[in-house]
Write a protein that binds this ligand. Structure first.
Ligand SMILES: [Zn+2]
Length: 228
């Protein structure tokens, strides 16, 4: 809980309702996706939820939001100056957050070299290309993931024309056929672009599944993946 926040709300309350006694106040910050501040009265208690965009806000801005919420609660006119102060701050914060999100997205797209410590994804790709695709697939950018993710083992990103493989596979205990299987799966995504069926994306079509079964060490690869 931020220091002084309760006092700010108490002061705003006294300004609005000097004659009535202070109710118990509970204030918490929530990671609201949109700027959303709420106030409710429950069993004589005022429950205030503030967007975490306000967590580091200067006192003047917190005074503004306290005034706005309490004025709404008790149906009093909202001071224009306070409303303007609040809106100005939130506008700026939203810009900062958006900029941060964009940076994060770009950051995750920063591709790593294809050559890892144990496996070179470019040569894995080319070898599979010759064995299964008559060398016909154009090689996208091959990249090891930045982190050792288990959630996403591999993915093809059409926007960046890149295949990203989880770094957990770049390890001596990982058999080549397991790396090949993950890359092969992503190569099938290259070969079978995502079709739209209604509004749902059909990512693995029947042809996709049929072709995936052609991978020679499919059973071994799946058995290995279960233990990774
Ligand atoms: Zn897939």
């Amino acid at each position: 809980m931020r220091e002084g926040l309760l006092e700010i709300f108490h002061e705003s309350y006294r300004e609005l309702r000097p004659a009535s006694s202070l109710p118990e106040l509970r204030i918490s910050f929530y990671p609201f996706a949109n700027v959303n501040n709420t106030i409710r009265l429950r069993e004589g208690r005022l429950l205030v939820r503030l967007s975490d965009l306000l967590e580091g806000a200067p006192d003047a801005v917190l005074r503004a939001i306290a005034h706005i919420l309490l004025a709404k609660m008790y149906r009093r006119p909202i001071d224009r100056g306070q409303a303007a102060r609040y809106r100005k701050y939130i506008g700026g914060q939203e810009l900062v957050r958006k900029a941060h999100l964009v940076r994060q997205m770009r950051g995750s797209k920063r591709l790593r070299p294809a050559k890892g410590n144990f496996y070179d994804l470019d040569s894995v790709f080319e070898d599979l290309n010759m064995r299964f695709f008559h060398g016909l697939l154009a090689r996208p950018r091959m990249s090891w993931s930045q982190t050792k993710t288990r959630r996403i083992l591999g993915h093809y990103d059409p926007a960046h024309n890149a295949i990203i493989i989880s770094r957990i596979f770049d390890h001596p205990v990982v058999p080549l056929y397991a790396v090949e299987y993950i890359v092969y799966h992503e190569m099938l995504h290259l070969k079978h672009p995502v079709k739209l069926r209604g509004s749902r994306r059909c990512v693995h079509s029947a042809e996709f599944h049929a072709e995936e079964k052609l991978f020679p060490k499919l059973a071994e690869a799946n058995a290995f993946l279960k233990h990774i």
